[in-house]
Ligand binder design. Sequence first.
Ligand SMILES: C[S@@+](CC[C@H](N)C(=O)[O-])C[C@H]1O[C@@H](n2cnc3c(N)ncnc32)[C@H](O)[C@@H]1O
Length: 286
Amino acid sequence: MIRGRDSKRAKIHKLLEDHIPSNLSSYIPHGWWYIGDVLIISIPKQLLDFKHIIGEVFLHVEQGKARSVFGKVGPTKDIIRTPEFTYLAGDTNSETLHKELGCQFKIDAAKLTFSPGNHGERKRLIDIVQKNEFIIDMFSCVGNLSLPLAVNNEPKKIIATEINPLAYRYLEENIKLNKVEDRIFAIFGDNRTVLSEYQGQADRVLFGYFNGDDQQKRLAIRLCKKGGIVHFHEIVPAKEEETDKLIKKLVVIIEQETKSDMDIAFKRVKKFSPGMDHIVFDVKIN
Ligand SMILES: C[S@@+](CC[C@H](N)C(=O)[O-])C[C@H]1O[C@@H](n2cnc3c(N)ncnc32)[C@H](O)[C@@H]1O
């Protein structure tokens, strides 16, 4: 007997068989994810002509749960990491309220990044952050990594920087919505220029961005006080030697920036794409 998602997948296939030529049926998406009540599916280019009927079928099968359906049709782009989503079915308004880990994230799900695959990392941070830490979130988006810490932990202070005006607007709104204005402070702008006053002060720096340059990595290290930790997120080919190569690169940067010793641990956050993993490197500056 098939249950849950498997039975829904079977239903989706059956309903779409009447609309999609049989030579294309193998491209029908198997998976979907939610940000709030916005359902998102990856649409391969072979199925772009059928995107609205695909959206309608998913909306029907997920009725009561999905309000809108959007399709991911390309990679996340630019410095501000805009996802390439297209409207498929249901309500055209992609603003939603996503609830997770005791937080409410208001977000435009079609214009900003919020990865459900990072849930484990968001939870892990809650588990490891200690009372009274000073935390800097260099790439905040709507508070993806730092809002759960403001809500669930007792940090001394969190500084959250964001360069995209739309993400910054939601970040500010989410701080109020979750009533944590006393412990998390949003700063609009480029982290390279707005964080200099905090050098040598942070217990923890969140570097949740795959496209950070060496200047930003050096800044993250300089922001830490002795014993501070930086969590660097990277996309790495899923091979041990590639992870080792990246660690060696980090060691060079850290050694140039600080004369201190360091401990480096790493953890796989999720599979990112075929053959590529999302890894978080926990670097402790001793
Ligand atoms: C991919 S999102 C990641 C959000 C979150 N850290 C996470 O891991 O889920 C990266 C965010 O960093 C922001 N960003 C990129 N460059 C930045 C910079 N120089 N200063 C501040 N924010 C920046 C982008 O606008 C985007 O909202």
